[in-house]
Design a protein around this ligand. Sequence first.
Ligand code: C2O
Ligand code: CU
Ligand code: CU
Length: 459
Amino acid sequence: MEVGEDAGNRLDAIYGTHAFLEGAEARTMGWSQDFLGPTLRLRSGRTARLTVGNGIEHAITSHWHGLHVPGWNDGGPQSLIAPDAVLEQALEIDQPAGTFWYHSHPHGTTGDQVYHGLAGLLLIEDEQPGENALPATYGIDDIPLIIQDKSFSRRGRLRYDDDGMTAMQGFRGDRIAVNGALEPVAQVPPGLVRFRLLNASNSRVYVLSFDDGRAIYQIASDAGLLPAPVRLDRLQLAPAERAEILVDFSDGASSRLISQDVPVQMMGGMMGGRMGGGMMGRSAGSDSPNGTFNILSLTVDESRQAAVSDVPREIRGAHIPDLGEPVRRRRFELNMMMGMGMMRGMFGGRPTLGINGRTYDMERIDEQLRIGETEIWEISADMMSHPFHVHGTSFQVLSQNGRPVSFAETGMKDVVWVENHAEILVRFDHPATPEAPYMYHCHILEHEDSGMMGQFTVT
Ligand code: C2O
Ligand code: CU
Ligand code: CU
């Protein structure tokens, strides 16, 4: 759906049904459709106007994940849309082309709503598409893949649980859906195909590769194009991360996109041994045959004409901002161990998780930042690895686990995988007020809903 400057574009959260398994209707939610939402296409340099309506029985929000918009347009937990209410949105898009997404974000129910379908893709396109020789025919050689894990009852209904141990380790389903279909097949032309990958799972991490070993050329990460393609054998995608990749099918052979069944990532800390092998690791390795998931089967349609056949040496239009010298450093410790909070989880209740020893409180502003000031944020984890996300901007990853990360290989990001420790270079160019602050949080949605989130102003 092209979202332009005219009024009239509408997105409504509604209930629906969707047959993931043949003959079994699962109750779902979607944006103006039964499950998930239409792909929104927004132009850089323009204002996108749309009306968001709430047709479900609970409050929702419309969060534009990765967009550089002011706090009052960000759709965080403070910007609730009550049942039957509508919200007019005017989003000024002033960032480079890339693959983003949108999802509901009310505190405490984000996991449930995203799991059932309140999420969709959002593409930012350049005003003048560059001279890049990249595949760009949507659905033909430019294919979006929204990857999510699901769990089903015997009658084919969706199962979701965010209590106790499930919330502690993050909800994990044992079936993988791509754009709402289990193990789908796609036809591609005999040339270069671009896939836009979004991990829209609640907590599962994927390590993607092709079963015949064909190369993956990563051309974009979360927030835009890389300066040059990066050749990979496998690609890790944590929750909320995006990647655009090029894959060469000029050999005409069929192939399969697969993922390792990545276990819950525990650290060898104080409780590592016991927790890792026992309670926390209970679903590790047991979800999939041979520890591998089939994500997508690909067959080549030789009757189609490939538009692009060579992997470009460099990518024009990759935007590499100079964020300047950092003026301060902030530390964020992602806490699983918060006194009795974790115990509650072990005994079946919703655990209390936090950041820097405090659980999320909608009434409390945790940090105050200044517009245009560059900072280093240092993020560490106390027991388990987490995907840390920041609203309102894109950042550069400086290091992961003490090892420097090259910007050329990671590009601009808004999610960083914090296995033990990570440092990011971050700057905000838009305001966020105490009434509509920005969030930073773990994007394991059950952790976020359990309080591993903080909020900040930018003035
Ligand atoms: Cu995907 Cu706070 O967001
Ligand atoms: Cu976000
Ligand atoms: Cu987490």
